[in-house]
Design a protein around this ligand. Sequence first.
Ligand SMILES: [Ca+2]
Ligand SMILES: [Ca+2]
Ligand SMILES: [Ca+2]
Ligand SMILES: [Ca+2]
Ligand SMILES: [Zn+2]
Ligand SMILES: [Zn+2]
Length: 478
Amino acid sequence: MLPQCGLSTQGRAVSVCALLGVLLYAAVVQAACGCFGCLSGAPCALRTGPPEDDTLIDFGGRDAELGGGIAAFRILNRWGRTASHGATTPGSPVTLTWGFAPDGTTLPSEPQDDGTTRNDPSDLISFLDNQVGNPASDPLIGDLTDRSWFPIVKRAYDRWSELSGITFEYEPNDDGVPISGSTSSTRWGVRGVRADMRLSGHFIDGQSGSNTLAYNWFPSGGDMVIDTSNTSFYSNSFADNRRLRNVLMHELGHGLGFRHLESDNSSQLMEPFISVAFDGPQIDDILAAHRNYGDVHEKNGGNNAFATAKHAGDFADGDTWAIGTDGATNVVLETMTDFISIDDDSDVDYFRFTVDQPSLVDISLQQVGRTYNEGPQNGEQSPLDTSMLSELQIALQELTGGIGVLTHATGASESPTTRAIRQIELEPGKDYYVRVTGTQNNVQLYRLDLAVTAVPEPTTLAVLGLAPLACLSRRRAA
Ligand SMILES: [Ca+2]
Ligand SMILES: [Ca+2]
Ligand SMILES: [Ca+2]
Ligand SMILES: [Ca+2]
Ligand SMILES: [Zn+2]
Ligand SMILES: [Zn+2]
């Protein structure tokens, strides 16, 4: 009976169904929270976990370039020019290459607690061979992509790629020039010569007490130095080598332009201390990536115009469709990929669909996100409501003769975070477009739902008119 209740627009039946929705949502949150506890082997509490959680990942990236910065999500700067293209604007996708500096590459000197410095050349590849891979069975010469550890490392880059407008590509070549920060002319990647973001490693500060695991230069340096003396940490294969992968993904975050944040009531990847209670970028991290490089749908020509609208579907009676279904999650699991946003006040997201017969469409747009405390490292934290970062708008449009726009309807506000267009009659043989835009110059995750029903025949209408009454009477009887 739920679908019939959904068609009713007033009365108790709807409010009962709405309450059911809330209960279902709560159940989902509980389930995610339970998984979170299982994964960390700890109760459902934040900031708990194995002793390694005391290990500082780094001091927040190295050698910040002077730059405007974007006042949200601790974004320092972003990649403009890369090995693959010229400068792009905030919110635009980028292609970045990554690769390995050969062992023996000169790295920066590392100050030690006793006042001395160490200046070891890179030994990352032999470190990965011996501590992460299977030295007994791996071919320890030749192409690095054949090593058993290669997919573990690659997975860190691929995860950022599938969550945002960033496209990471492996660059197999490296000319071995010293890794020296974000001012040298060799910081730039060059196709066929070296990657935009090079991986290296050597002794930084050992592995006892609170110590550094790795560091990474902000754009446009982007290179990483891993502490290869942290052998017990990195050789731990728990959860598909999550320690190594979370450090890589955290450092990549600096390499994408993100500084540390701290949150005393949520867990985010860009916090300064390592946690293995979650896997990869969390909501604040995803928001930062979208703000800087757009969501995944901005790639390959994007969705800012009718011509490149994302095809939602060709709908028949009873069809429903949704996008952005993971945005409301409490903990981002590695299996989740469905995050979409408006990344500023110029981003436009278009979706195209058709109907196969005269139909009624319901479109609802929900700003998704939760509230958590956040602030700069060692700074004051305050609550951030990520469902209210920008007020989003929707419109249902139609192209007439490929030029003009016929706007059928704009969204009506149903709650502070929801806009909807309901019961609009559409015809077959036309392309319809849903347009999503943002009012504020900020990033906002959203979920968009479409539901299509055939225009009821007169006889069907009569039956539907009675349905809510039948539903109510049954409920009273129960
Ligand atoms: Ca570089
Ligand atoms: Ca260390
Ligand atoms: Ca977008
Ligand atoms: Ca867009
Ligand atoms: Zn019902
Ligand atoms: Zn860091």
